[in-house]
Design a protein around this ligand. Structure first.
Ligand code: 3NM
Ligand code: MG
Length: 546
Protein backbone atom coordinates (compact mmCIF):
# COMPACT_ATOMS: atom_id res chain seq x y z
CA UNK A 1 0.00 0.00 0.00
CA UNK A 2 1.53 3.29 -1.05
CA UNK A 3 1.75 5.65 1.93
CA UNK A 4 -0.29 8.28 0.09
CA UNK A 5 -3.30 5.97 -0.18
CA UNK A 6 -3.53 5.26 3.53
CA UNK A 7 -6.79 6.12 5.27
CA UNK A 8 -5.88 7.62 8.65
CA UNK A 9 -9.40 8.49 9.72
CA UNK A 10 -9.79 5.98 12.56
CA UNK A 11 -6.37 5.06 13.83
CA UNK A 12 -6.19 2.34 16.49
CA UNK A 13 -3.19 2.30 18.84
CA UNK A 14 -3.00 -0.86 20.95
CA UNK A 15 -2.29 -1.15 24.65
CA UNK A 16 -2.15 -4.38 26.62
CA UNK A 17 -1.97 -2.96 30.11
CA UNK A 18 -4.61 -4.76 32.19
CA UNK A 19 -6.30 -1.48 33.12
CA UNK A 20 -7.27 -1.06 29.45
CA UNK A 21 -7.22 -4.50 27.82
CA UNK A 22 -8.50 -6.38 30.86
CA UNK A 23 -7.96 -10.11 30.59
CA UNK A 24 -8.84 -10.21 26.90
CA UNK A 25 -6.59 -11.29 24.07
CA UNK A 26 -5.10 -8.38 22.15
CA UNK A 27 -5.30 -10.11 18.79
CA UNK A 28 -9.00 -10.80 19.28
CA UNK A 29 -9.66 -7.23 20.36
CA UNK A 30 -7.87 -5.91 17.26
CA UNK A 31 -9.83 -8.33 15.06
CA UNK A 32 -13.05 -6.91 16.52
CA UNK A 33 -11.83 -3.37 15.96
CA UNK A 34 -11.02 -4.24 12.33
CA UNK A 35 -14.53 -5.59 11.90
CA UNK A 36 -15.85 -2.37 13.37
CA UNK A 37 -13.99 -0.25 10.84
CA UNK A 38 -10.63 1.01 12.12
CA UNK A 39 -8.59 2.14 9.14
CA UNK A 40 -5.01 1.68 10.42
CA UNK A 41 -3.46 -0.11 13.40
CA UNK A 42 -0.34 0.58 15.44
CA UNK A 43 1.05 -2.10 17.74
CA UNK A 44 2.29 -0.26 20.80
CA UNK A 45 3.86 -2.47 23.47
CA UNK A 46 6.19 -0.89 25.94
CA UNK A 47 7.19 -3.95 27.97
CA UNK A 48 7.07 -7.09 25.79
CA UNK A 49 10.27 -8.97 24.93
CA UNK A 50 11.38 -8.83 21.31
CA UNK A 51 10.38 -12.43 20.50
CA UNK A 52 6.93 -11.92 21.98
CA UNK A 53 6.54 -8.62 20.17
CA UNK A 54 7.34 -10.21 16.80
CA UNK A 55 4.88 -13.01 17.53
CA UNK A 56 2.03 -10.59 18.34
CA UNK A 57 3.06 -8.42 15.39
CA UNK A 58 2.80 -11.34 12.97
CA UNK A 59 -0.58 -12.39 14.34
CA UNK A 60 -1.89 -8.82 14.06
CA UNK A 61 -0.44 -8.48 10.57
CA UNK A 62 -2.37 -11.53 9.41
CA UNK A 63 -5.60 -10.00 10.71
CA UNK A 64 -4.85 -6.58 9.23
CA UNK A 65 -4.00 -8.04 5.83
CA UNK A 66 -7.34 -9.86 5.76
CA UNK A 67 -9.02 -6.48 6.12
CA UNK A 68 -6.62 -4.63 3.81
CA UNK A 69 -5.52 -2.39 6.66
CA UNK A 70 -1.91 -1.29 7.31
CA UNK A 71 -0.11 -2.30 10.51
CA UNK A 72 2.61 -0.13 12.02
CA UNK A 73 4.89 -0.93 14.95
CA UNK A 74 5.59 1.64 17.63
CA UNK A 75 9.24 2.51 18.05
CA UNK A 76 10.78 -0.80 16.88
CA UNK A 77 12.08 -0.67 13.33
CA UNK A 78 13.67 -4.12 13.79
CA UNK A 79 10.32 -5.64 14.76
CA UNK A 80 8.59 -3.97 11.79
CA UNK A 81 11.22 -5.54 9.49
CA UNK A 82 10.86 -8.94 11.13
CA UNK A 83 7.08 -8.83 10.86
CA UNK A 84 7.16 -7.44 7.33
CA UNK A 85 4.38 -4.98 8.11
CA UNK A 86 3.69 -1.60 6.54
CA UNK A 87 5.78 0.67 8.75
CA UNK A 88 6.61 2.23 12.08
CA UNK A 89 5.58 5.05 14.35
CA UNK A 90 8.36 6.82 16.23
CA UNK A 91 8.19 9.14 19.21
CA UNK A 92 10.57 11.98 19.96
CA UNK A 93 12.75 9.69 22.07
CA UNK A 94 12.83 6.89 19.51
CA UNK A 95 14.94 6.39 16.39
CA UNK A 96 14.84 9.48 14.25
CA UNK A 97 12.70 9.49 11.13
CA UNK A 98 15.60 9.83 8.69
CA UNK A 99 17.40 6.78 10.09
CA UNK A 100 14.17 4.79 10.12
CA UNK A 101 13.66 5.78 6.48
CA UNK A 102 17.15 4.55 5.56
CA UNK A 103 16.47 1.20 7.19
CA UNK A 104 12.92 0.76 5.89
CA UNK A 105 13.16 2.27 2.42
CA UNK A 106 10.84 4.66 0.60
CA UNK A 107 7.74 2.46 0.50
CA UNK A 108 7.13 1.95 4.20
CA UNK A 109 4.92 4.25 6.22
CA UNK A 110 6.72 6.26 8.87
CA UNK A 111 4.83 8.34 11.36
CA UNK A 112 6.19 10.61 14.08
CA UNK A 113 4.77 11.97 17.30
CA UNK A 114 5.05 15.76 17.47
CA UNK A 115 3.84 18.27 20.02
CA UNK A 116 5.24 21.50 18.65
CA UNK A 117 5.72 23.35 15.40
CA UNK A 118 9.46 22.78 15.59
CA UNK A 119 9.06 19.02 16.05
CA UNK A 120 6.58 18.98 13.18
CA UNK A 121 8.97 20.89 10.93
CA UNK A 122 11.84 18.47 11.65
CA UNK A 123 9.71 15.33 11.24
CA UNK A 124 8.50 16.47 7.81
CA UNK A 125 12.00 17.45 6.76
CA UNK A 126 13.27 13.99 7.74
CA UNK A 127 10.67 12.29 5.60
CA UNK A 128 7.71 11.35 7.82
CA UNK A 129 4.54 10.32 6.00
CA UNK A 130 2.25 11.49 8.74
CA UNK A 131 2.36 13.24 12.09
CA UNK A 132 0.66 12.08 15.27
CA UNK A 133 -0.03 15.38 17.00
CA UNK A 134 -0.53 15.21 20.74
CA UNK A 135 -1.40 15.29 23.42
CA UNK A 136 -4.82 16.67 22.55
CA UNK A 137 -6.54 16.10 25.89
CA UNK A 138 -5.14 14.73 29.13
CA UNK A 139 -5.54 10.97 29.23
CA UNK A 140 -5.12 8.20 31.76
CA UNK A 141 -3.68 5.98 29.05
CA UNK A 142 -0.40 7.86 28.88
CA UNK A 143 0.37 9.88 31.94
CA UNK A 144 3.84 11.19 31.16
CA UNK A 145 2.91 13.05 28.01
CA UNK A 146 4.90 16.18 27.33
CA UNK A 147 2.33 18.77 26.54
CA UNK A 148 -1.41 18.98 26.66
CA UNK A 149 -2.11 20.99 23.53
CA UNK A 150 -5.89 21.25 23.49
CA UNK A 151 -7.70 22.13 20.30
CA UNK A 152 -5.84 25.42 20.05
CA UNK A 153 -2.42 23.79 20.26
CA UNK A 154 -3.35 21.34 17.50
CA UNK A 155 -4.74 24.23 15.45
CA UNK A 156 -1.47 26.09 15.67
CA UNK A 157 0.52 23.15 14.32
CA UNK A 158 -2.02 22.52 11.53
CA UNK A 159 -1.93 26.20 10.69
CA UNK A 160 1.85 26.16 10.44
CA UNK A 161 1.72 23.13 8.12
CA UNK A 162 -1.16 24.49 6.05
CA UNK A 163 0.45 27.82 5.19
CA UNK A 164 3.87 26.38 4.32
CA UNK A 165 5.39 27.15 0.94
CA UNK A 166 6.72 23.62 0.83
CA UNK A 167 4.27 21.27 -0.83
CA UNK A 168 5.36 18.25 1.21
CA UNK A 169 4.68 20.16 4.43
CA UNK A 170 1.30 21.39 3.23
CA UNK A 171 0.22 17.89 2.24
CA UNK A 172 1.56 15.94 5.21
CA UNK A 173 -1.06 13.69 6.78
CA UNK A 174 -1.99 14.29 10.40
CA UNK A 175 -3.84 12.59 13.22
CA UNK A 176 -4.41 13.86 16.72
CA UNK A 177 -4.15 11.73 19.83
CA UNK A 178 -5.04 11.87 23.49
CA UNK A 179 -8.43 11.56 25.16
CA UNK A 180 -10.46 11.20 21.97
CA UNK A 181 -13.65 9.20 22.44
CA UNK A 182 -17.18 8.89 21.09
CA UNK A 183 -18.47 11.78 23.13
CA UNK A 184 -15.97 14.31 21.81
CA UNK A 185 -14.78 13.04 18.42
CA UNK A 186 -17.22 15.08 16.34
CA UNK A 187 -16.42 18.16 18.31
CA UNK A 188 -12.69 17.59 17.87
CA UNK A 189 -12.94 17.21 14.11
CA UNK A 190 -15.31 20.09 13.58
CA UNK A 191 -13.53 22.41 15.96
CA UNK A 192 -10.36 21.77 14.00
CA UNK A 193 -12.23 22.55 10.80
CA UNK A 194 -13.76 25.75 12.14
CA UNK A 195 -12.53 28.68 10.13
CA UNK A 196 -11.36 31.81 11.86
CA UNK A 197 -10.94 35.30 10.49
CA UNK A 198 -7.18 34.83 10.28
CA UNK A 199 -7.46 31.34 8.80
CA UNK A 200 -10.58 30.97 6.67
CA UNK A 201 -9.55 27.58 5.22
CA UNK A 202 -7.61 25.71 7.88
CA UNK A 203 -5.68 22.56 7.07
CA UNK A 204 -7.86 19.77 8.35
CA UNK A 205 -6.87 16.76 10.42
CA UNK A 206 -6.84 13.42 8.55
CA UNK A 207 -7.84 11.27 11.46
CA UNK A 208 -8.04 10.61 15.16
CA UNK A 209 -5.91 8.08 17.00
CA UNK A 210 -7.46 6.30 19.96
CA UNK A 211 -6.43 3.74 22.52
CA UNK A 212 -8.88 3.34 25.38
CA UNK A 213 -12.00 4.35 23.41
CA UNK A 214 -11.58 1.07 21.50
CA UNK A 215 -9.21 -1.23 23.41
CA UNK A 216 -10.90 -0.37 26.71
CA UNK A 217 -14.45 -0.64 25.34
CA UNK A 218 -16.58 -3.57 26.46
CA UNK A 219 -17.39 -4.22 22.80
CA UNK A 220 -14.45 -3.05 20.65
CA UNK A 221 -16.28 -3.83 17.43
CA UNK A 222 -19.30 -1.72 18.32
CA UNK A 223 -17.09 1.04 19.71
CA UNK A 224 -15.11 1.18 16.43
CA UNK A 225 -18.25 1.09 14.36
CA UNK A 226 -19.71 3.92 16.37
CA UNK A 227 -16.55 6.03 16.13
CA UNK A 228 -16.38 5.36 12.43
CA UNK A 229 -19.95 6.47 12.01
CA UNK A 230 -19.35 9.62 14.05
CA UNK A 231 -16.26 10.47 12.02
CA UNK A 232 -17.90 9.97 8.66
CA UNK A 233 -21.26 11.57 9.35
CA UNK A 234 -21.79 15.28 9.85
CA UNK A 235 -22.51 16.20 13.48
CA UNK A 236 -25.88 17.78 14.27
CA UNK A 237 -24.38 21.26 14.42
CA UNK A 238 -22.55 21.16 11.08
CA UNK A 239 -25.60 21.88 8.97
CA UNK A 240 -26.09 25.16 10.75
CA UNK A 241 -24.84 28.21 9.05
CA UNK A 242 -23.54 30.56 11.63
CA UNK A 243 -24.01 34.01 10.25
CA UNK A 244 -21.75 36.81 11.32
CA UNK A 245 -24.61 39.00 12.45
CA UNK A 246 -27.06 36.59 13.98
CA UNK A 247 -30.54 37.79 14.81
CA UNK A 248 -31.37 38.68 18.36
CA UNK A 249 -34.84 37.79 19.43
CA UNK A 250 -36.85 40.79 20.39
CA UNK A 251 -40.04 41.19 22.35
CA UNK A 252 -41.95 41.56 19.11
CA UNK A 253 -41.16 38.09 17.83
CA UNK A 254 -44.27 36.43 19.27
CA UNK A 255 -43.72 32.96 17.85
CA UNK A 256 -40.18 32.79 19.20
CA UNK A 257 -41.30 34.08 22.61
CA UNK A 258 -43.98 31.38 22.75
CA UNK A 259 -41.39 28.83 21.84
CA UNK A 260 -38.98 30.04 24.55
CA UNK A 261 -41.73 30.03 27.15
CA UNK A 262 -42.94 26.56 26.32
CA UNK A 263 -39.46 25.04 26.11
CA UNK A 264 -38.64 26.73 29.42
CA UNK A 265 -41.62 24.99 31.04
CA UNK A 266 -40.57 21.64 29.58
CA UNK A 267 -36.97 22.16 30.69
CA UNK A 268 -38.06 23.08 34.21
CA UNK A 269 -40.22 19.96 34.37
CA UNK A 270 -37.23 17.88 33.21
CA UNK A 271 -35.04 19.29 36.01
CA UNK A 272 -37.65 18.49 38.61
CA UNK A 273 -38.34 15.05 37.15
CA UNK A 274 -34.72 13.90 36.91
CA UNK A 275 -33.31 15.90 39.79
CA UNK A 276 -29.91 15.69 38.08
CA UNK A 277 -26.69 15.77 40.02
CA UNK A 278 -25.21 19.25 40.02
CA UNK A 279 -21.54 18.67 40.70
CA UNK A 280 -19.85 21.88 41.77
CA UNK A 281 -16.11 22.36 41.86
CA UNK A 282 -16.14 25.74 43.42
CA UNK A 283 -14.60 27.87 46.10
CA UNK A 284 -15.43 27.61 49.78
CA UNK A 285 -17.21 30.95 49.88
CA UNK A 286 -20.08 29.87 47.67
CA UNK A 287 -20.37 26.16 48.41
CA UNK A 288 -23.23 26.44 50.86
CA UNK A 289 -25.17 28.90 48.71
CA UNK A 290 -24.65 26.83 45.55
CA UNK A 291 -25.93 23.70 47.28
CA UNK A 292 -29.05 25.56 48.44
CA UNK A 293 -29.70 26.91 44.96
CA UNK A 294 -29.34 23.45 43.43
CA UNK A 295 -31.84 22.02 45.90
CA UNK A 296 -34.26 24.89 45.40
CA UNK A 297 -34.39 24.51 41.62
CA UNK A 298 -34.92 20.76 41.96
CA UNK A 299 -31.42 19.37 41.35
CA UNK A 300 -29.19 17.28 43.63
CA UNK A 301 -26.07 19.12 44.69
CA UNK A 302 -22.70 17.66 45.37
CA UNK A 303 -19.81 19.89 46.26
CA UNK A 304 -16.67 17.98 45.47
CA UNK A 305 -13.33 19.42 44.46
CA UNK A 306 -11.69 16.02 44.40
CA UNK A 307 -10.83 15.03 40.83
CA UNK A 308 -10.28 11.42 41.91
CA UNK A 309 -14.00 10.86 42.40
CA UNK A 310 -15.10 12.78 39.32
CA UNK A 311 -15.49 9.73 37.09
CA UNK A 312 -17.81 8.01 39.56
CA UNK A 313 -19.84 11.20 39.82
CA UNK A 314 -19.86 11.72 36.05
CA UNK A 315 -21.33 8.24 35.67
CA UNK A 316 -24.36 9.37 37.67
CA UNK A 317 -25.42 11.44 34.68
CA UNK A 318 -25.38 14.94 36.11
CA UNK A 319 -23.65 18.15 35.12
CA UNK A 320 -20.40 19.69 36.32
CA UNK A 321 -19.60 23.32 37.09
CA UNK A 322 -15.97 24.35 37.13
CA UNK A 323 -15.50 27.58 38.92
CA UNK A 324 -12.06 29.05 38.39
CA UNK A 325 -12.27 31.08 41.59
CA UNK A 326 -9.31 29.30 43.16
CA UNK A 327 -6.91 28.72 40.31
CA UNK A 328 -4.14 27.05 42.29
CA UNK A 329 -2.10 24.30 40.56
CA UNK A 330 -3.73 21.76 42.83
CA UNK A 331 -7.24 22.96 41.98
CA UNK A 332 -6.38 22.96 38.28
CA UNK A 333 -5.21 19.36 38.40
CA UNK A 334 -8.46 18.33 40.01
CA UNK A 335 -10.33 20.31 37.36
CA UNK A 336 -8.47 18.54 34.59
CA UNK A 337 -9.32 15.12 36.02
CA UNK A 338 -12.97 16.11 36.27
CA UNK A 339 -13.05 17.55 32.75
CA UNK A 340 -11.70 14.34 31.24
CA UNK A 341 -14.13 12.31 33.37
CA UNK A 342 -17.21 14.25 32.21
CA UNK A 343 -15.96 14.41 28.62
CA UNK A 344 -15.44 10.65 28.62
CA UNK A 345 -19.13 10.05 29.38
CA UNK A 346 -20.43 13.06 27.45
CA UNK A 347 -21.70 14.81 30.58
CA UNK A 348 -22.26 18.57 30.37
CA UNK A 349 -19.66 20.91 31.84
CA UNK A 350 -20.17 24.60 32.59
CA UNK A 351 -17.02 26.67 32.83
CA UNK A 352 -17.12 29.77 35.00
CA UNK A 353 -13.79 31.52 34.36
CA UNK A 354 -14.02 33.75 37.43
CA UNK A 355 -11.76 36.75 37.19
CA UNK A 356 -10.12 35.45 34.01
CA UNK A 357 -7.89 38.17 32.71
CA UNK A 358 -7.39 39.81 36.09
CA UNK A 359 -3.95 38.29 36.63
CA UNK A 360 -1.48 36.41 34.50
CA UNK A 361 -1.97 33.33 36.68
CA UNK A 362 -5.66 33.38 35.84
CA UNK A 363 -4.96 33.88 32.16
CA UNK A 364 -2.76 30.80 32.11
CA UNK A 365 -5.27 28.88 34.23
CA UNK A 366 -7.92 29.68 31.63
CA UNK A 367 -5.71 28.46 28.78
CA UNK A 368 -4.94 25.34 30.76
CA UNK A 369 -8.63 24.62 31.33
CA UNK A 370 -9.65 25.37 27.75
CA UNK A 371 -6.97 22.95 26.56
CA UNK A 372 -8.09 20.24 28.96
CA UNK A 373 -11.32 19.33 27.27
CA UNK A 374 -14.60 20.48 25.88
CA UNK A 375 -17.04 22.68 27.76
CA UNK A 376 -20.74 22.59 26.95
CA UNK A 377 -21.20 26.13 28.15
CA UNK A 378 -18.85 28.93 29.10
CA UNK A 379 -20.32 31.76 31.12
CA UNK A 380 -18.75 34.94 32.31
CA UNK A 381 -19.06 38.70 32.48
CA UNK A 382 -17.79 40.85 29.64
CA UNK A 383 -14.16 40.84 30.65
CA UNK A 384 -14.12 37.16 31.44
CA UNK A 385 -15.62 36.32 28.05
CA UNK A 386 -13.15 38.67 26.43
CA UNK A 387 -10.37 36.63 28.04
CA UNK A 388 -12.00 33.45 26.76
CA UNK A 389 -12.10 34.94 23.26
CA UNK A 390 -8.41 35.72 23.44
CA UNK A 391 -7.49 32.34 24.93
CA UNK A 392 -9.34 30.61 22.12
CA UNK A 393 -7.37 32.46 19.50
CA UNK A 394 -9.31 35.63 18.67
CA UNK A 395 -7.53 38.91 18.52
CA UNK A 396 -9.92 41.55 19.71
CA UNK A 397 -9.08 45.09 20.48
CA UNK A 398 -11.64 47.24 22.14
CA UNK A 399 -12.00 50.89 22.87
CA UNK A 400 -11.30 52.07 26.41
CA UNK A 401 -10.32 48.72 27.63
CA UNK A 402 -8.73 48.59 31.04
CA UNK A 403 -7.24 45.70 32.87
CA UNK A 404 -9.92 43.81 34.67
CA UNK A 405 -10.06 44.97 38.29
CA UNK A 406 -11.57 42.26 40.53
CA UNK A 407 -14.21 39.79 39.71
CA UNK A 408 -17.12 42.19 39.34
CA UNK A 409 -17.55 43.96 36.07
CA UNK A 410 -18.09 47.65 35.79
CA UNK A 411 -19.98 49.48 33.09
CA UNK A 412 -20.60 47.74 29.82
CA UNK A 413 -17.72 47.67 27.37
CA UNK A 414 -19.87 46.61 24.47
CA UNK A 415 -23.03 47.32 22.58
CA UNK A 416 -25.59 44.55 22.33
CA UNK A 417 -24.54 43.87 18.74
CA UNK A 418 -20.89 43.56 19.77
CA UNK A 419 -21.82 41.17 22.56
CA UNK A 420 -23.83 39.05 20.15
CA UNK A 421 -20.94 39.04 17.73
CA UNK A 422 -18.38 38.00 20.33
CA UNK A 423 -20.40 35.21 21.95
CA UNK A 424 -21.53 33.79 18.62
CA UNK A 425 -18.00 33.74 17.21
CA UNK A 426 -16.57 31.97 20.24
CA UNK A 427 -19.47 29.52 20.33
CA UNK A 428 -19.10 28.74 16.62
CA UNK A 429 -15.42 28.11 17.14
CA UNK A 430 -15.71 26.11 20.35
CA UNK A 431 -18.89 24.36 19.20
CA UNK A 432 -20.64 25.09 22.44
CA UNK A 433 -22.80 27.71 24.14
CA UNK A 434 -21.28 30.97 25.33
CA UNK A 435 -23.07 33.26 27.76
CA UNK A 436 -21.99 36.81 28.49
CA UNK A 437 -23.74 37.98 31.63
CA UNK A 438 -24.66 41.54 32.48
CA UNK A 439 -27.77 43.67 32.80
CA UNK A 440 -28.60 42.07 29.48
CA UNK A 441 -27.36 38.50 29.17
CA UNK A 442 -26.37 37.43 25.71
CA UNK A 443 -25.92 33.80 24.81
CA UNK A 444 -25.26 31.97 21.59
CA UNK A 445 -24.53 28.52 20.29
CA UNK A 446 -22.89 30.00 17.21
CA UNK A 447 -26.13 29.58 15.34
CA UNK A 448 -28.83 31.05 17.51
CA UNK A 449 -28.30 34.10 19.67
CA UNK A 450 -30.56 35.38 22.39
CA UNK A 451 -30.51 38.38 24.69
CA UNK A 452 -32.27 38.15 28.06
CA UNK A 453 -33.08 41.21 30.10
CA UNK A 454 -34.56 39.56 33.17
CA UNK A 455 -32.83 39.69 36.56
CA UNK A 456 -32.42 42.15 39.40
CA UNK A 457 -29.66 44.42 40.63
CA UNK A 458 -29.55 42.58 43.96
CA UNK A 459 -27.94 39.68 42.12
CA UNK A 460 -24.95 41.94 41.68
CA UNK A 461 -24.85 42.75 45.38
CA UNK A 462 -24.62 39.25 46.81
CA UNK A 463 -21.72 36.80 46.72
CA UNK A 464 -21.89 33.84 44.39
CA UNK A 465 -24.75 34.83 42.11
CA UNK A 466 -22.62 34.14 39.05
CA UNK A 467 -21.43 30.82 40.45
CA UNK A 468 -24.92 29.66 41.31
CA UNK A 469 -26.21 30.62 37.88
CA UNK A 470 -23.56 28.11 36.73
CA UNK A 471 -25.03 25.56 39.14
CA UNK A 472 -28.45 26.17 37.64
CA UNK A 473 -27.21 25.92 34.06
CA UNK A 474 -25.36 22.65 34.70
CA UNK A 475 -28.57 21.19 36.15
CA UNK A 476 -30.64 22.32 33.18
CA UNK A 477 -28.10 20.98 30.69
CA UNK A 478 -27.94 17.64 32.51
CA UNK A 479 -31.73 17.33 32.49
CA UNK A 480 -31.83 18.28 28.80
CA UNK A 481 -29.28 15.60 28.06
CA UNK A 482 -31.41 13.01 29.84
CA UNK A 483 -34.40 14.11 27.75
CA UNK A 484 -32.40 14.38 24.54
CA UNK A 485 -33.63 17.95 24.17
CA UNK A 486 -32.00 21.10 22.84
CA UNK A 487 -29.19 22.36 25.10
CA UNK A 488 -29.51 25.94 23.89
CA UNK A 489 -33.15 26.28 24.92
CA UNK A 490 -32.35 24.50 28.17
CA UNK A 491 -29.72 27.15 28.88
CA UNK A 492 -32.22 29.92 28.10
CA UNK A 493 -34.68 28.18 30.44
CA UNK A 494 -32.10 28.00 33.23
CA UNK A 495 -31.34 31.71 32.94
CA UNK A 496 -35.04 32.57 32.99
CA UNK A 497 -35.63 30.42 36.07
CA UNK A 498 -32.79 32.11 37.88
CA UNK A 499 -33.51 35.66 36.85
CA UNK A 500 -37.29 35.70 37.02
CA UNK A 501 -37.04 34.13 40.48
CA UNK A 502 -34.68 36.98 41.43
CA UNK A 503 -37.18 39.59 40.22
CA UNK A 504 -39.98 38.02 42.20
CA UNK A 505 -37.86 37.67 45.33
CA UNK A 506 -36.76 41.30 45.15
CA UNK A 507 -40.36 42.45 45.14
CA UNK A 508 -41.40 40.33 48.13
CA UNK A 509 -42.60 42.48 51.06
CA UNK A 510 -40.00 40.94 53.41
CA UNK A 511 -37.09 42.01 51.26
CA UNK A 512 -35.38 45.22 52.33
CA UNK A 513 -32.06 44.78 50.53
CA UNK A 514 -29.43 42.24 49.47
CA UNK A 515 -29.35 40.52 52.88
CA UNK A 516 -33.04 39.69 53.08
CA UNK A 517 -33.01 39.05 49.34
CA UNK A 518 -30.95 35.85 49.71
CA UNK A 519 -33.49 33.73 51.63
CA UNK A 520 -36.35 35.16 49.53
CA UNK A 521 -34.42 34.27 46.39
CA UNK A 522 -34.01 30.65 47.48
CA UNK A 523 -37.74 30.51 48.25
CA UNK A 524 -38.51 32.03 44.90
CA UNK A 525 -36.28 29.56 43.01
CA UNK A 526 -38.18 26.82 44.77
CA UNK A 527 -41.66 28.20 44.08
CA UNK A 528 -40.93 29.10 40.45
CA UNK A 529 -43.57 27.45 38.29
CA UNK A 530 -45.11 25.61 41.24
CA UNK A 531 -47.96 27.96 42.06
CA UNK A 532 -51.16 26.08 41.24
CA UNK A 533 -53.08 29.25 40.53
CA UNK A 534 -50.77 30.20 37.69
CA UNK A 535 -51.12 28.94 34.18
CA UNK A 536 -47.40 28.26 33.66
CA UNK A 537 -47.20 29.22 30.04
CA UNK A 538 -48.97 32.53 30.35
CA UNK A 539 -47.12 33.81 33.42
CA UNK A 540 -43.78 32.83 32.02
CA UNK A 541 -44.68 34.28 28.66
CA UNK A 542 -45.48 37.60 30.28
CA UNK A 543 -42.48 37.55 32.63
CA UNK A 544 -39.73 36.90 30.15
CA UNK A 545 -37.86 39.77 28.62
CA UNK A 546 -35.84 38.63 25.68
N1 3NM B 1 0.43 8.99 22.72
P1 3NM B 1 -6.35 7.44 24.72
S1 3NM B 1 -1.33 10.19 24.08
C1 3NM B 1 -0.19 6.59 22.89
O1 3NM B 1 0.38 12.46 23.23
C2 3NM B 1 -0.41 8.01 23.19
O2 3NM B 1 1.76 11.32 22.05
C3 3NM B 1 0.07 10.18 23.12
O3 3NM B 1 -4.79 7.17 24.63
C4 3NM B 1 0.79 11.42 22.79
O4 3NM B 1 -6.87 7.38 23.33
C5 3NM B 1 -1.46 8.52 23.95
O5 3NM B 1 -6.83 6.26 25.54
C6 3NM B 1 -2.54 7.74 24.59
O6 3NM B 1 -6.55 8.73 25.42
C7 3NM B 1 -3.90 8.02 24.00
MG1 MG C 1 7.99 5.89 21.67
Amino acid sequence: MAPAAVDYSLYLVTDSTPAILGDRDLVEVVEQALQGGVTIVQLREKTADTGELIKIGKALHEKCKQHGIPLLINDRVDVALAVGCEGVHVGQDDMNVATARQLLGPDKIIGATVSSIEEARIAVERGADYLGIGTLYATNTKKNTKDILGINGIRKILHYLGISEDEKTRNIKTVCIGGVNASNVQNVIYQLLAPSLSNPEPKSIDGVAVVSAIVGASDPSKASQNLHKLITSPPPFSSRTSSLNPPIWHDDNAAELDNIASTAITSLAAVRKHSPLSHNMTNLVVQNFAASVALAIGASPIMSNNGAEALDLANLGGGLVINMGTATPDALNNHRLAISAYNSVGGPIVLDPVGAGATSARRSALSFLLASGHFSLIKGNEREILSVARASGFTLSLPNEQQQKGVDSGDSLFTLEQKAYIVSRIAARERNIVLMTGATDVLSDGYRTCAIRNGHEYLGLITGSGCTLGTTLASYLAAAKKEGSDAFYAAVAGILHYEIAAERAASAPSVKGPGTFIPAFIDSLYHYGRDESEAPLSWLRSALKV
